[in-house]
Design a protein around this ligand. Sequence first.
Ligand code: UGA
Length: 459
Amino acid sequence: MKLSVIGAGYVGLTTAACLAQIGHDVFCSESDLEKLAKLQNGEMPIFEPYLELVIKLTQRANRLRFGSTEDAIAWGEALFICVGTPPLPNGDADLSAIEGVARAIAKRASGYRLVIEKSTVPVQTGAQLRRHLSVHRANGLKYDVASNPEFLREGTSVEDFLHPDRVVIGVDSPRAAEILRGIYAPIIQQQFTCPLHSQCPKHKSPLFLVTDTNSAELIKHASNSFLAMKISFINMVANLCEAVGADVNKVAQGMGMDPRIGSAFLNPGIGFGGFCFPKDVQAFIRIAEKSGCDFTLLKEVERINQHRVEHFVEKLRKELWILRGKRIGVWGLAFKPDTDDIRFAPALAIIRQLLSEGANIQAYDPQAMDKCRSELPEITYCSDLYRAAEGAEAILLLTEWSEFLTADWGRLSTLVERPVVLDGRNALRREEVIANGFQYLGIGGVSEGTLSASSMVEV
Ligand code: UGA
């Protein structure tokens, strides 16, 4: 099928490449001309595992092309809107880019188009889109509007697209449902050439859920908000563990053994970041407010998360006393591993706080340093994790990239000024760190210089 994807950010680019990979003829547009030129020259504007490979494969097969919004509108029978919906100062999602695309579609398209919202939007955006298309349409445009929320995680977005747990579509006409069913048939049946696995692991067929547009929109915001709530919950449990002398890793392990709770998203740390959770929680609070529902629960989720930065810096202050003039080694800048995305990254908030107190920061991240340089020009960027540790009075693990987890602690002990490690993600092998003479400070009571009894008792 001829499909268009409007907007080549993380979501749009993955969507376009993967739809082409499963056999569709895809046109992907980007309004940022610099970014568009990069894509047309075969350069990647972002780091996302396997995405470059899929783009190359599908371009070679002549199933993916990049160009203008106008050409995208002319190309596809179905148009996926993947433009940004950043937060406004009051927490609302800024829908002006969506409105702009809707207006362009209304003015330029003729015949029939299925307009699909894939960007995360507040509930009832589909209804607004429908009204907008009706008011501004020219050329006898006939259309349906559908919601098809994405559940892609940065760092694993290609895998998530091709092997999802679920595909949700929100439609208000049988025609729209039929088109979307056709688009996703290769994914639902798991029948396509997989660029990731020579033999795909036995994935169960994804669930396909058809709802009305409002419900599909809500599923997305409710899912992200729920996951954020899980993270804030375990972070509060971590605080309690610190206060009473328990080990949050063990508590989370025990909780996660209950299938009703599940072990995912119970990793305590310096809080959630990225461009999705912080803005989606905010937007969901605003949607509830506007609809007359007081979602105070989510305000707490947000407040707990914001406090993680200060809580972590306070741990460092307790250890080093005065931060002014101290050299601190920072491992990790991205909001999570396997991405170069630094938007709302807790690492950056922590660094800003340390800088404001006069610390000297030397940082290393495998992918995110280029994006960080303009945001934080006052820190030293190092070529590897060992350089970042040289002469440091503390090493802070802020993003759990796999290369940090396999660091040579014997070598590190000869490089640092003072052997102190603050593990902001409870990700390091604590025993190994301690065995090499380091003082280990984790999150939620996982901090002793010697192993606690609780950590030695295996369940
Ligand atoms: C999230 C959702 O997981 C996706 O399903 C959704 O499609 C996406 O937002 C989106 O709305 O587009 P993503 O932002 O890529 O994906 O990142 P996550 O892997 O969900 O992590 C979010 C943050 O939570 C990270 O900062 C991570 O470090 C933190 N986190 C995650 C924790 O602190 N603890 C955990 O147990 C899990």
